[in-house]
Design a protein. Structure first.
Length: 222
């Protein structure tokens, strides 16, 4: 009897604990759970997860459809006609799931949600990959984004010089200005975080250094 009561208490606490952490945490540092703020680009190096969409954002923003609509509101859409020029990347967000492939990759659409990303594929532009922190060890629901600015297709879609910092800052500026798409309006607060990503180029894809800043965005549907 006592054992059963104790067990149900422990279970209740575990459930409660998960519910509370899911609601109350912007994100968990991937470093704590053995993960990294660099993704795995498959060649022994990675790209910085330089933007985090907070788990405290409106829940609808954190779904696949929700982040897609938010991305469209700041000038991105799904990849041009599903043509995928690069291999998927994976990330370990320290949530117990280990390395998981990106859920979605979006490119800047230059103002035309259907054809614009084809333009991006040809002339380059901003793009990002999305990873969701939802493993049971760190279930924040936050979305970790690897944002970068790319060269055009003739350059083989490599990142422009300083392309991680530039990509992040352009993305954040567009979001912080406030945006709307398809009848949904967003108000976005930005906060810079240091200590997750080491400044410099060690382990970074293409050897492009970053300033080590990760910007946390709290996106609220208004
Ligand atoms: C990611 O996707 C690639 C290509 O579809 C696949 O080969 C690989 O096993 C996947 N990696 C993970 C960690 O799921
Ligand atoms: C966690 O996120 C991944 C990637 O988006 C998704 O495939 C998976 O179903 C989610 N897991 C849970 C338990 O919601
Ligand atoms: C974050 O850092 C970038 C790069 O230094 C800067 O341009 C931006 O204004 C900062 N944003 C905030 C919200 O502090």
């Amino acid at each position: 009897m006592v054992r059963i009561a104790l067990l149900s208490l422990l279970c209740a606490q575990a459930v409660l604990g998960r519910t509370i952490s899911k609601r109350a945490v912007p994100f968990f540092s991937p470093l704590v759970g053995g993960g990294s703020e660099l993704d795995n680009a498959g060649v022994g190096v990675g790209e910085p997860l330089n933007v985090i969409i907070s788990g405290l954002s409106s829940p609808a923003v954190l779904t696949d459809d929700g982040v897609l609509n938010f991305a469209r509101s700041i000038g991105f859409s799904e990849e041009c006609l599903d043509i995928h020029l690069g291999a998927p990347q994976s990330a370990n967000l320290g949530d117990g799931n280990g390395f998981v492939n990106q859920t979605i990759e979006l490119r800047q659409d230059f103002g035309d949600a259907s054809l614009g990303t084809c333009l991006e594929s040809l002339i380059g532009g901003n793009h990002f990959r999305v990873f969701r922190q939802n493993g049971s060890l760190a279930d924040s629901g936050a979305l970790f984004l690897a944002v970068s600015k790319e060269e055009n297709v003739a350059e083989g879609h490599t990142i422009v010089p300083d392309g991680y910092n530039i990509g992040r800052d352009e993305f954040v500026s567009a979001a912080a200005a406030g945006s709307s798409f398809n009848g949904v309006s967003y108000s976005t607060a930005a906060e810079n975080i240091t200590g997750l990503l080491a400044p410099g180029s060690a382990g970074v894809n293409h050897g492009i250094a970053t300033d080590g800043i990760v910007t946390l965005l709290t996106v609220t549907i208004v």
